[in-house]
Design a protein around this ligand. Sequence first.
Ligand code: ZN
Length: 493
Amino acid sequence: MANLKSENNKAVLYARVSTEEQASRDNSIPAQIKAIKQFALKNGIEIIKEYVDEGKSARTADRPQFQQMISDAKKNDKIFSKILIHKTDRFARNRSDSVIYKSLLQKECHVEVISITEIFDDSPTGKLLEGMMEVIAEFHSLNLAQEVMKGMKQKAGKGLYLGRTPYGYTLDETTKKLIIDEEESKVVKIIFEMYSNGDSFATIKSHLNTAGIFTRENKAWDSSSIKRIIKNPAYIGQFTWNKTKRSTNSKKDSTEWVIVENSHDPIISHELFYKTQNVIKSKHTIRGKGVKSIYLLSSMLKCGHCGHNMIGEKKKHVSGKVYIRYVCGNYLSHKLCFYNFVHKDAIESLVFNNIREILNTGKVDTNNVVLVESKTSDAEKDLLETSLKNIKHKFEKQLEAFEAGVIDLEELQTAKKRVFLEESEVKHQLEQLEKKSQNKNIDKNLKSHLTGIDEILLLNDPANIKLWLKDRIYSIEVFNKSEVLIKYRLPVE
Ligand SMILES: [Zn+2]
C-alpha cells in the first residue's frame, strides 16, 4: 500500500453527493463518511476535518467545500497530508480534472489523494489500474445522460407510456400501456377532422362546449387545449420525449429527442395528422409569428452602404396606402445608417427574374458566384472547429484549477501560451480549407443549382421558398433601388 503509513497520518475527508444521487443509499453522505472512517481506523489514519458538498454535481465548478479544502491544503501551516475520498468520481468530474488536481496537490502541497475503494500501489500495474479507474469514472459521467435516454427509449419501445396520459387514452396501471378510451377518442377524432376541414379553434371550442362535452378536468374547452391535442403526435401512436425545454418551452436539439413509433394504438391516421399539421403551418404564415417568413429575402439582403442586414417593414401612408419594404436594419435599430430601402415586391421579382435569366442564357458573371464548401470539406471543417472548441475547453480547465488555487499564475501563463500556439495552428488549417478548391464549371453547375425556381414559387409556401432561396443566394447587396448586386452560393465540387 502506498504512503498509507507516512509520518504524518493526519487526513481530511471529502464527500460529495449529487442531487440525483441523494435518493440512493449506497452513495449517501453518511455511507461515504462511514466507509472512509472505517478505512482510516483500519490504517491508523486520523481524520481531523470533514468537507462535504451536498447536492453538488461533479460537473459544477462551484463546489464550495471542495474549494475550501484545496485552499486549506495550500496553506503552509496545514496539518494534514492526505485527502480521503470514497471513489475517484467524488473528487473530480473527469480524468483530466482528476489528474490536474491530484498531481498538483502532490507536487505543490505534498498532499496525497486516496480513494478508499480504489487503492493502488506504486508499481506500474498499480499506476495503470489507477488510470483506468479514472477513465471509467469519466466514461460513466459522460454516459449517464445517454443511458437515461436509452432507458426511456427501451421502455417506450416496449409500449410503456411515460409522462402525462394524453386525452383520448387511459393508462393501464398494471401494464403501464396506453389504452384507447372509446368516448374521449371520438372527441379527438372530431377535433382533428374539424380543424383539417378549415374550422378555427374558436369554432371547434364552441361546438364541443355546446354539445356538453368537457375536458378531462371537467372544464370547458379553450383554444390552447384544442391546439395541444392537434399538435400531439401521441395520436398517431408515437411516443416523444425530451423534445422541449421545460423551463423555456423552446425546442431542444433534435439529437436529444426520444421518438418511438408505434408505441401504442393510434387514434388518428398519419394522413389526417399531417394534413392537420400543414393547416396549422399555413395559418401561421398568414398571421402571427410566421409573418416574418413572408419577407422572402430577409437575412440575404444586405445594405450596400453599411453591410447590415435589411429588415422587412410595413408602413401605412396617410393616404391609406400600405408600403412594404426592406430597410437597412442599422438605420431601423440604431439610426446609424440612413433610410436605405427597396420595395419588397420590386426586389423579390428582380431576384426571381435574375435567376430566370441565368437559366435562359446559361451565363453568369463569375464575380457574382460565391463558392461554398461541399459536404466533405464541411466535415473536415466541423472537425477543426471542434478541436478549436476543445482547445478553449482545455484552457478553461486550467483557469478553473487556477481559480480553485491549485495552480499558480506562472503555470496558467504557460498554459495560455501553449493554447495560443495550438489555436493559431488550427485557425491556419481552417483558412487553408476555405481557400481550397475551385469550381471549374461555374455556369453549368449554377444553372442546374437554380433549376426549379418556378416550381418552387408555384407551391406558394413562403417558408419553403425562403429555404430554397437561402440555399442558393449568398447575399443581395442593395446600394440603392436600382443598383443591386446578387451573389449566388455554389457548392464546391
Ligand atoms: Zn445601412
